[in-house]
Design a protein around this ligand. Structure first.
Ligand SMILES: [Zn+2]
Length: 176
């Protein structure tokens, strides 16, 4: 799994093409899948929008059988996908279907966001203690298009630690 990186001034389109070309240079073994992680969009980072991630895969010599996507909840919120709102989640799913395809999301990073929707700032908080909140996570992890995907907490190590956050996710999780 990797973040796509930054275009450092070359422009978003050029940045996407550069990442796609570097992907094509790799010889990914058949049994390996690389996952592109969506980003918060800080500075000149690319991979903030789904259509951008989709365009990287499209331009590379690979397809979604060997390059998948990891969605990070803090990065989603910071990038402008309003997971704290019910219609925000629905809009996100619709945008995914129009680009990457929900089926090509293979992994989920769960972490709350210290900064509000659209802030483009990447600072993780404990589950439920940031701008996404318990209700936002409850909707996200139980959504029928997302609930079967592997989820990993990627919360801060200070104060509470991973165990507390895993317990919090379990409490928000509906019986399957
Ligand atoms: Zn992450």
């Amino acid at each position: 799994m990797f973040h796509p990186g930054s275009h450092t001034g070359a422009g978003v389109e050029t940045g996407r093409t550069n990442v796609a070309n570097r992907l094509s240079d790799l010889e990914i073994p058949d049994e390996v899948t690389l996952l592109l992680e969506n980003t918060a969009g800080t500075g000149t980072t690319i991979g903030k929008q789904f259509e951008g991630i989709d365009s990287i895969v499209e331009q590379s010599e690979y397809d979604y059988s060997q390059v998948g996507v990891c969605l990070d909840t803090c990065h989603l919120l910071a990038a402008g996908y309003d997971l704290a709102a019910g219609d925000g989640l629905d809009e996100m799913i619709a945008e995914l279907d129009a680009s990457i395809g929900v089926e090509n999301v293979q992994y989920l990073h769960l972490n709350d966001s210290k900064h509000p929707v659209g802030s483009e700032k990447d600072e993780h908080k404990h589950i439920g203690e940031g701008e996404i909140g318990d209700e936002g996570f409850e909707r996200f992890i139980n959504h029928d298009r997302l609930c079967d995907k592997p989820m990993v907490v990627e919360t801060p190590e200070n104060e509470k630690g991973g165990e507390w956050n895993i317990q919090e996710v379990k409490e928000l999780r509906n019986e399957q």
